[in-house]
Design a protein around this ligand. Structure first.
Ligand SMILES: [Zn+2]
Ligand SMILES: [Zn+2]
Length: 662
């Protein structure tokens, strides 16, 4: 309900009490009436779930909550306000800089500037110092609501702001915020004044197109971070350092796992032999797992007639993400962006009876999707990737038990990689969704009921579903606490409709099956990229490209070393014999650099006793090698491989020494 001017508003506080205030009252005054201490601590308020600042007039009745530094929700207000302080500082030092947008983002904020020369690290240091002055000057964030003509006058020197202004509808409130010398066209919210911003850091600068559009001018984006206290800021900086050390692009190169090549094209991954071993192990493990869970393997073509995607609806809803058509004999073909239509055609190759269901078709299916080159990122954002895709066709009554089965499968899969996870239920998107509201609600309820019955906690991502059905999204939590996209289970009442899928029921009449789409790792590329960072390149033994390196100390022990290597190989262990003429230290250092889990070093004493001197990568540089019998070494490694043991966690606070060489 929209309250009209001159109405009284009723605000409901968290304790259930209510306040009646006049339309256009400032939240600041309401907060002051609650208590002086709260007024000093207040940063913003939440009205009906939407955050607004203390100087934006109240125009709605509803719930009213005061946000202080103790509310995580207030962080985005702090960060966006810090972006204003950055722009204030930049404009003081570079009056000619034109301003773009400055939103809060995860863990921080950015602000875009149009300048002739890119910013340097020295510029950033100068801006940060200037920001500290703006903070010390304690400027209030003053809000003004103005008419269009006045706004145009105020931003006459800022073409990007004028462009934004021209897009605002006639019924939209135009608000302007000023902190000291700086004025911005902005909707808010902001903290009360610049002195509330204390713990921040400018991070780096990068070019960015105006509105993300590569046909528009290039701006310079400055990224920063801001927190409510020093400890949080420091913890964040340490987390960043740790993430940098684990960057899969760096480790992928160092460990010789994958590469890209401009001649192949951006966003298309070349899997090197060492990386392919990891992928192949995962695929083998998963194939065995899903066969046990009642799946059947299928293969479908990479290039498919466009007609199929007309039927599936992808050409309507997914066209922007598809590679363009390829003409063959007068018909258009496309690299497939999804595997579902192919699996549907396999379903339709026979008449299906209720006795055949559920059918579970699985494929390691490579798909191609267009992504702008600017957003490609190592293995995580690519243009070609392999999904561990599967589609379950079942009767409506079988859906709950199939969801249960999938939840078991997901759990079994993720446990092996050592990922804790969270579950999100994503509901109907506001735009571009197929099917009726009733069908969606039924599907959403079904998913929620299964989760609740199992006692599994989940959150709701309202509007986050795909266009064809609600879904369960699993978010993996990695070794340094970051969240990654994991398995998805998607209910689909729509594609069966579009393709006219049928099965013959017990009543001898045709019925429509339900379809479930599911992936476990999702994209093999993204999953392995994530694993590289999760394990910091030190893979568990079953995934390690090289599991054991055998190193004879001298030429004399070379044959004995070769025998140990041969026996390990026969036992199915991935082993290398390093009998090169380099020094022992040099060879140990190289095995360490490749994060080889085990090294068996063989000197004269070991040769005489049938033992090896064993080094473990995870124990670091300062370790006393263990002397064990060669047989024992082999059986120990076999056990570790077979049970897919997870690596011992490496403490993040003490950087490891990777080299044994001095
Ligand atoms: Zn703002
Ligand atoms: Zn699918």
């Amino acid at each position: 309900m929209i309250d009209r001017p001159h109405d009284e508003l009723t605000l409901t506080l968290p304790d259930g009490s209510t306040r009646t205030v006049a339309y256009d009252t400032l939240p600041r005054d309401v907060v002051a009436s609650i208590g002086a201490g709260l007024a000093r601590a207040a940063l913003a308020v939440e009205v009906n779930g939407a955050i607004q600042d203390l100087v934006t007039p109240l125009r709605q009745s509803g719930t009213f909550r005061v946000l202080t530094e103790r509310d995580l929700d207030a962080l985005s207000v702090l960060r966006h306000s810090t972006a204003h302080v950055l722009a204030t500082a930049v404009r003081r030092l570079r009056p000619a800089a034109k301003i773009g947008f400055g939103p809060a983002i995860e863990d921080g904020f950015y602000y875009d500037f149009e300048v002739d020369e890119p910013f340097t690290p020295d510029d950033l240091a100068a801006f940060e110092a200037e920001m500290r002055k703006v903070v010390a000057e304690k400027y209030p964030f003053v809000r003004e609501e103005v008419g269009r003509a006045e706004a145009e006058r105020r931003f006459v020197e800022d073409p990007l702001k004028l462009e934004r202004l021209s897009e605002l509808g006639d019924d939209e409130v135009i608000s302007i915020y000023t902190d000291g010398p700086f004025v911005d066209l902005c909707r808010g919210p902001h903290v009360p004044d610049t002195s509330r911003i204390k713990h921040f850091r400018l991070m780096h600068t990068a070019p960015a197109y105006w509105r993300g559009d590569e046909r528009r001018q290039q701006l310079q984006r400055i990224y920063g971070t801001a927190w409510f206290n020093k400890d949080d800021l420091e913890a964040y900086m340490r987390r960043l350092e740790e993430a940098k050390r684990r960057d899969h692009r760096l480790l992928g190169k160092e460990l010789d796992l994958f590469s890209t090549d401009q001649r192949v094209g951006p966003g298309l991954i070349l899997w090197h032999p060492r990386g392919s071993i990891i992928r192949n192990e995962i695929e083998n493990f998963e194939r065995d797992l899903i066969l046990r869970h009642g799946y059947e393997l299928v293969y479908t073509p990479h290039v498919v007639s466009e007609k199929l995607f007309e039927i599936s609806g992808h050409l309507i809803t997914f066209k922007e993400s598809m590679f363009g058509p390829i003409e063959v004999e007068g018909s258009n073909y496309r690299p497939k962006p999804m595997n579902c239509p192919g699996h549907i055609c396999i379903y339709q190759a026979h008449q299906r009876s209720y006795r055949d269901l559920p059918l579970r078709f699985a494929e390691f299916g490579t798909v191609y999707r267009y992504e702008r080159s600017g957003v490609l990122h190592g293995m995580l954002r690519v243009r070609g990737f392999t999904q561990d895709d599967a589609h379950v066709f079942c009767t409506p009554e079988q859906v709950p038990q199939e969801i249960e089965r999938l939840l078991d499968l997901v759990d079994e899969m993720l446990r092996v990689f050592g990922y804790p996870y969270t579950i999100e239920l994503s509901t109907r998107p506001e735009e571009n969704s197929l099917g009726t509201a009733e069908v969606w609600e039924r599907a959403e309820r079904m998913l929620a009921e299964v989760l609740e019955r199992r006692g599994q906690s989940y959150s709701i991502d309202a509007g986050g579903g795909a266009f064809y059905g609600p879904k369960l999204d699993f978010k993996l939590i990695d070794a340094i606490g970051r969240k990654w996209q994991g398995p998805t289970v998607q209910l689909d009442f729509n594609l069966p409709e579009r393709f006219g899928l049928e099965y013959i029921g017990a009543d001898n009449k045709p019925h429509r099956p339900v379809m479930l789409h599911r992936v476990l790792v999702g994209s093999m590329e993204r999953f392995v990229g994530g694993l590289i960072e999760h394990y910091a390149g030190a893979f568990p033994l079953w995934l390690a490209p090289e599991q054991l390196r055998v190193i004879p100390i001298t030429d004399e022990t070379r044959d004995a070393a070769a025998v140990v290597a041969e026996r390990a190989k026969e036992a199915g262990i991935r082993v290398t014999l390093d009998d090169r003429a380099q020094t022992l230290n040099y060879r140990i250092a190289e095995a360490e650099r490749l994060k080889t889990p085990y090294m068996a070093i063989i000197g004269k004493r070991e040769m005489a006793n049938g033992t090896v001197s064993l080094r473990e990568h995870r124990l670091g540089r300062e370790q006393r090698p263990q002397v064990i019998a060669a047989d024992e070494l082999i059986s120990r490694l076999r056990t570790e491989i077979e049970c897919r043991a997870l690596p011992e966690p490496v403490p993040a606070s003490e950087p490891r020494q990777e080299s044994a060489a001095d």
